[in-house]
Design a protein. Structure first.
Length: 350
């Protein structure tokens, strides 16, 4: 297939809230082929041009045919949750070729060694057992030109037509340029970075801090302690990033602190909402059963704690949140611990 032409559609895999929001953004510039596994949903979208209470552009057409997406689209945006990402890539992989370009929008990790019932291994996960989504793409297909779409991208605000910006991370300049070309509009500004790993880590790790921020809000606490948690949480994100091979600077731009502030302070954030409901005393099982989409930070939290053990990182916020979410640790005790924790210095990574 030749390089992306103006008349060629851009593909999106996943018709959730983020995939739908990006579909409408792309439609300012190109035709869009939106993939869903559900034939009835495809028919509904194509007949009504409406999905998730949002009017869709006439340039968006849905399909449940994998071959149609892979044969008609050179540029494809996978937008599926991290727990389904590898299976999705194994399904699409045989139909993808080296000429394809994939820019994913999934903010999480892949860790096949985590057992199905959620029980951690006796020994920590190693870095080799944890993959970013760009790594999964390369592992499961012949695609090499890969990028990630990082935040701040609250889907509800995008679908409401509110202005925002994003970061496309990729080792390839052509991927950044192409993503900029198809996404940029008066509503949406695109920045680029070649620190792909940093953009992916920032997007995944900030969801953990957003859960903690939501917990504080749910407990009725104010902005002072929320600011402390976000600031110290950013520090922990940098520790993870440095240990895993990204630069500190990756966490101080739009994809880092920008996405963190948006996600950790907005009721439109699934991770903040999960934490808020947890702080108000709801059971985790009830929260997960009644949320329409996955709060990625819950799964990322399990993986991050394992990685912290592997790298021997001191990350008290991450550790306390793990105890709250997975070990029913008392929230008030956890907050007291974090307030009295003996932080040595304010900033120690610049």
């Amino acid at each position: 297939m030749p390089p992306l032409a103006v008349e060629q559609p851009v593909g999106i895999i996943g018709a959730g809230s983020f995939g739908t929001a990006i579909a409408n953004l792309l439609a300012y510039n190109v035709d869009v082929l939106l993939y869903s596994r559900q034939p009835e949903l495809v028919d509904k979208i194509n007949s009504e041009h409406r999905h998730l209470d949002v009017d869709l552009s006439k340039r968006v057409r849905a399909t449940h045919e994998i071959t149609e997406v892979c044969e008609q689209c050179t540029l494809i945006f996978p937008m599926v949750p991290s727990n389904n990402f590898r299976n999705m890539m194994r399904t699409f992989g045989p139909h993808l070729r080296p000429y394809h370009i994939l820019i994913h929008g999934t903010k999480g990790f892949d860790a096949p060694e985590l057992t199905a019932n959620g029980t951690e291994k006796n020994k920590p996960l190693t870095r080799e057992e944890v993959s970013t989504m760009s790594e999964v793409i390369r592992q499961e297909s012949s695609v090499m030109r890969v990028g990630c779409l990082s935040g701040p991208n609250l889907a509800s605000e995008i679908m409401a037509g509110q202005p925002t910006a994003t970061v496309i991370g990729s080792h390839y300049k052509e991927v950044i340029n192409l993503g900029n070309k198809v996404l940029s509009s008066e509503h949406f500004h695109v920045f680029g970075t070649h620190d792909l790993l940093g953009a992916e880590l920032a997007g995944a790790l900030k969801n953990i801090i957003a859960i903690g921020s939501g917990v504080l809000k749910g407990k009725g606490l104010g902005k002072n302690i929320q600011a402390m948690l976000i600031t110290r949480g950013l520090t922990e994100m940098v520790y993870f990033g440095n240990a895993m091979g990204s630069s500190s600077s990756a966490f101080f731009g739009t994809a880092g602190i920008g996405d963190l502030v948006a996600t950790a302070t907005s009721k439109n954030s699934r991770n903040f909402t999960f934490g808020f409901r947890l702080g108000q005393g709801e059971a985790i099982e009830d929260i997960e059963a009644t949320m329409p989409e996955l709060a990625e930070g819950v799964r990322t939290l399990r993986i991050a704690v394992q990685l912290a053990k592997y790298y021997k990182l001191r990350v008290p916020i991450t550790d306390m949140l793990y105890k709250i979410v997975f070990e029913n640790f008392d929230i008030d005790r956890a907050i007291h611990f974090l307030i009295t924790y003996p932080y040595d210095v304010d900033v120690d990574f610049i």
